[in-house]
Design a protein around this ligand. Sequence first.
Ligand SMILES: Nc1nc2c(c(=O)[nH]1)N[C@H]1C(S)=C(S)[C@@H](COP(=O)(O)O)O[C@H]1N2
Ligand SMILES: [Mo]
Length: 362
Amino acid sequence: MAEAGPGGGITREELQLAARNHGTPLEALASEITPVGLHYLLTHYDVPAIDPEAWRLRVEGEVERELELSLDELRRRPAHTIPVTIECAGNGRAQLDPRPLSQPWLVEAVGTAEWKGVSLRELLDEAGVGHDAVEVLLSGLDRGVEGGVAQAYERSLPLADALGEEVLLAYEMNGDPLPPQHGFPVRVVVPGWYGMTSVKWLGRITVLAEPFDGYQNSWAYRFRQSKDEDGEPVTRIQPRALMVPPGVPDFMSRERHLSPGEHELRGRAWSGWGPIELVEVSADGGQTWADAELGAQPGTAAWRPWSWRWPVDSEGTYELCCRAHDAAGNVQPLEAPWNLGGYANNAVQRVVVHVGTDPAGD
Ligand SMILES: Nc1nc2c(c(=O)[nH]1)N[C@H]1C(S)=C(S)[C@@H](COP(=O)(O)O)O[C@H]1N2
Ligand SMILES: [Mo]
């Protein structure tokens, strides 16, 4: 992965990726469940056209019985429906300096959907996982060339994580069949992990006796400073809180305009390492912090709502920030350490607000 030069503007390649892969608009954080069309999207290659009648899911490798299932057969199995917050590992990338060249997310690559499907563990139990098994490879049906390597999009999960309680093979999102861009007809949903593991357009599950050394595990999605390092794998989601930007936006800068008075700030917070225990809010760019009020989490794998009353009498410009703490003791930094792929930058969100006469008129 290359980087933008000093003060480098966005490149044509980044713009091309950004136009295909949209983020969740921050005002959609007002909803517990993100409407399908507002849920962020990240697709490395092309959205494949898949005939659901001809589609089959194969389960093979280190198993006692290979399986081959049609969509109807999958849908006849016991189903689970859970709300899951998924965030792209590249969220925050475009705020790093130098900026790693890839999908240029600011903070908006996150969404929560109600996913319905069968449990991966139940399917693997049925196939009978062999004693030598160490990982489970999840292979998509989309293909492309990345880093000079021709590939189908595929990622492995350590066996213990693949057998986790809530890993789903989902065929519905928010009560409807998956739309093409989110993995129709079936995708994986791995709660707590960054999005790259939730393989869309699933075609094959292979139980492996050796760790997978394919591109998306051994080259991409690793924390490293240079190409010569092996680095550590990117796995679970670091804590993050986001707010719905208050007031009305300026078209170009997205800075906010608000009248003086008492305002309720609202947002959501999540972590893949444990429940959210505290959200703090700052109105002075992170110099002083106050505790927000926390609401109930809609599920163990979904974001937690928070709110904070902000009485602001004086006109002027403010910088609002929020930060999340999780039960494992992780807290968001003011500035996150740089890495080559631009992964897991969970530095606090900053929203510039001008308090004065509302230019859009109340
Ligand atoms: N087959 C396949 N699965 C994939 C991807 C992909 O390009 N191909 N992108 C991954 C990445 S990087 C993310 S962040 C999530 C995004 O899921 P969404 O587009 O449904 O929000 O899907 C993951 N699953
Ligand atoms: Mo991603």
